[in-house]
Structure formats: C-alpha cells, structure tokens
Design a protein around this ligand. Structure first.
Ligand SMILES: Cc1cc2nc3c(=O)[nH]c(=O)nc-3n(C[C@H](O)[C@H](O)[C@H](O)COP(=O)(O)OP(=O)(O)OC[C@H]3O[C@@H](n4cnc5c(N)ncnc54)[C@H](O)[C@@H]3O)c2cc1C
Length: 370
C-alpha cells in the first residue's frame, strides 16, 4: 500500500514533459521527445524498469508493485515507460544472452531513456512464420557482418536509435538465424513510415542495404537467433499483459461516456461488468506469468496474449456502443481506440497462432500442419 501511495504522490508532483500522454506500448514520432524526458524522470526517481534485477540496475519490484505502478500510470494518463521494446524486451534479453560488454553498453541507456529501441523481426514474407526470415547476414573475413533485406511493421523505427534484428546467417529454418544490434542511423538503413487507419504512423518499413555490423553486435552467438527471438516474443506477451492492467481505466471512461450520451442501459451495464471481470482475470494471469518465471515458451504467455488482446479489442468495440451515433459525429478518443484495438490481436503473434500453441501445448491436440 505504501508503494502505491508513493507512486500516486510522485505522479501528482513530478514535472510532466509538455505534450506527454498515455500513448500505449510504443510512441509515435511526435511523442518521442516527451517520452524520453519522462523515462529520464522515472529513472531519476527509481520508477524505471521496475522488473529489472538489482544486479542490472533495476529496483527488482514485486509483482504487486509492478501492477500498482501500471494502474496508477493509466489513471494519471501517462505511459509507464518510453517504449516497451527497450525496457521490457531488449533489456531482459540482453541480461540473458548478451555479453557483459553489451550489457554495460546498453542497459543503463535503456533505463534512463537515452536510447529508444525498435524490433526488426517481421518481414513481408515472415510474420507468423518468423522462422522464414529472409534478411541475409553474411560474415566478412574480418569478422564483421554485412546485412541486406527488408523489415516491415517496425514500430517506432523512424525515431529509434537502435534495433534488435533477426537475420539469416546460415541455412533455412530456425537454426540458421542470428540476432544483432543495429544502430538505426548506420549507412544503408532506410526507414519509411506507414500510415494506419487511425491517421497515425506508428510503424514503418525498414530497408537494410549492405549495412555493416561489428562482430560485437551479434547477440549471443551466431546461430542463436531463434532462442533470442523466442525470448523476445515471450517478453512481448508479458509486457502487453502489463499494459492491459490499465484497461480498468478504459472501462471507467466508456461507462462515463455512455452515461453522458444517455446510453447506460441494463444491456450495456452487463457488458461492462463482463469486461471488468475479464480484465481481473487478465491481471491475475499476468501476475501468474511473472511468478512462473521467464520461460518464454511457457503457455501462460500465450494465454495472457490471447486474453489481453481480445479483451482490449472488445473493450474498444464497447466504446462505440457507449457513444452510439455520437461516434460518427465527434473527434472521439474512444473511436480512435476502436481503430487501433483490432491491431492488438495481430501484433506480438496473432490470436490464431496463440490458439494453435494452446491447442498443442495445453490441450495436447495433434500438431497443426507446418
Ligand atoms: C500494431 C502492430 C505493431 C507491430 N510492431 C512490430 C514491430 O515493432 N516489429 C516487428 O517485427 N513486427 C511488428 N508487427 C508485426 C506483427 O508481429 C505481425 O503482423 C504478426 O506477427 C503477423 O504477421 P503478418 O502480418 O505477416 O501476418 P501473416 O503471418 O501473413 O498472417 C495473416 C493471417 O493468417 C493467419 N495465419 C498465419 N499463419 C497461420 C497458421 N499457421 N495457422 C492459422 N492461422 C495462420 C494469421 O493469424 C493472420 O490472421 C506489428 C504488428 C502490428 C499490427
């Protein structure tokens, strides 16, 4: 309780960078400056990277404290960090696979917002089937690597300082993949923003034309890319669960909107109560996933991803029911939420893929044809 009170006081009194708002898991270009300043403030006050262990400069906060922080940030209308990619994905992955030199070089800069990271995994021909990555990394005689290929749907690539890249350094299949750190302003990196249906441009196409990377930019060892990718995706599912803890706030918002538009009837109340119960289940599942540890192949991560993204989408759709015809007339945040809500069931592994994982690993059904 003490921690929550401290957080509330901090959120009430901390200086807020101009324009800061709760922009979700990753910032768009226009949010990056405020997001970086906010991350620096969080680091200064001990609220950055709450889940990081003390040996890597984190506060090693309890699960309850992490949940309380996420909830209070959502209530205060601020993001809980600059972006999920650095603190939630890359940080833990470097702690597990990175060399001491890589940890030394990158972790502190992630924690205090100096470096914004992006995730260079998906390609036009490799999304759900990530093992089909075709971007090629060729080792040169001096031990450096030359990378050529195209990535797509890369959130925040237009502002990122660094990217975690999955590329093919060997033969076909998962065993031929390696993971690298890519400085996004390297010669040969071209970023083209993509426009979404809500008008924003949060993700991008990234072209890698003979980008040269040092031997020390391989994460883990050459050929360990699939293990790094699986750990990153597991972490992404966990991180999305943390963001979902703030959904209680979205439910309160839509209930208020429904009341204001005279639409809070019994049928809508029932749906709101059901959504509230689902968010509670999600919160419990998120806490269980953290307690179960960091095994990214754990099925709880897939249960969490499925529950989180579909609940987010359904609450977003409920916002439209709450507004009724007003959804067509006004520049409404609830309409915007609905437009991005459906993307949740695609990013970080689609719902169909999560269901396949659950069918095979929990229900023991026959393996789906590959
Ligand atoms: C908002 C957003 C942000 C993103 N950010 C990033 C990012 O920062 N970095 C990054 O690397 N990627 C990012 N992605 C990409 C995301 O990881 C991919 O979109 C996702 O993995 C799906 O891949 P795909 O788009 O190629 O679809 P496909 O894999 O082509 O799938 C198309 C459809 O077929 C279904 N399908 C495919 N295979 C199977 C199967 N075996 N069984 C049943 N159904 C199947 C899928 O469920 C889906 O409905 C982002 C996506 C979104 C929406």
């Amino acid at each position: 309780m003490r921690f929550r009170e401290d957080v509330t006081r901090f959120l009430e009194t901390a200086p807020r960078p101009a324009g800061l708002h709760d922009y979700g898991p990753t910032p768009s270009h226009g949010d990056v400056r405020a997001g970086r300043d906010w991350q620096a403030t969080l680091a200064e006050h001990g609220y950055a990277c709450l889940h990081w262990p003390a040996e890597h400069g984190g506060p090693d906060a309890s699960v309850a404290d992490q949940a309380a922080f996420a909830e209070e940030c959502a209530r205060a209308g601020v993001p809980r960090q600059l972006s999920m990619v650095g603190p939630d994905l890359v940080g833990p992955v470097l702690m597990r696979f990175g060399t001491p030199a890589q940890q030394q070089r990158h972790l502190a800069r992630i924690r205090d917002g100096r470096d914004l990271w992006c995730q260079l995994f998906s390609e036009p021909g490799a999304g759900s089937d990530l093992a089909a990555v075709a971007t090629r990394a060729v080792e040169r005689p001096d031990g450096s690597w030359q990378v050529r290929g195209q990535k797509v749907w890369t959130s925040a690539a237009d502002s990122a300082d660094l990217g975690i890249l999955l590329a093919r350094s060997g033969g076909p299949g998962p065993g031929g993949l390696s993971a690298f750190v890519v400085p996004m302003r390297s010669p040969g990196v071209t970023v083209r923003p993509l426009r979404q249906m809500d008008g924003e441009s949060k993700f991008n196409e990234v072209f890698l034309d003979d980008v040269v990377l040092g031997a020390d930019q391989v994460i883990g060892t050459p050929g360990a890319g699939w293990a790094v990718a699986k750990a990153t995706l597991g972490r992404e599912r966990l991180s999305l669960g943390a963001n979902a803890v703030g959904m209680f706030e979205s439910i309160v918002e839509l209930e208020t909107a429904a009341a204001a538009h005279g639409r809070l009837d019994d049928a809508l109340r029932d749906q709101i109560v059901e959504a509230w119960i689902r968010v509670w289940l999600m919160r419990v599942t998120w806490e269980r996933a953290i307690e179960e540890g960091t095994d990214p192949s754990g099925s709880t991560f897939s249960v969490l991803k499925l529950l989180t993204s579909e609940t987010y989408r359904d609450i977003a759709d409920l916002g439209i029911a709450a507004l009724g015809p007003a959804a067509l007339e006004e520049e409404q945040p609830l309409v915007k939420r609905m437009l991005v809500g459906h993307a949740q069931t695609i990013l970080g592994g689609t719902s169909e893929i999560q269901r396949t994982i659950l069918a095979e690993r929990i229900l023991g059904l026959p393996r789906a044809p590959r």
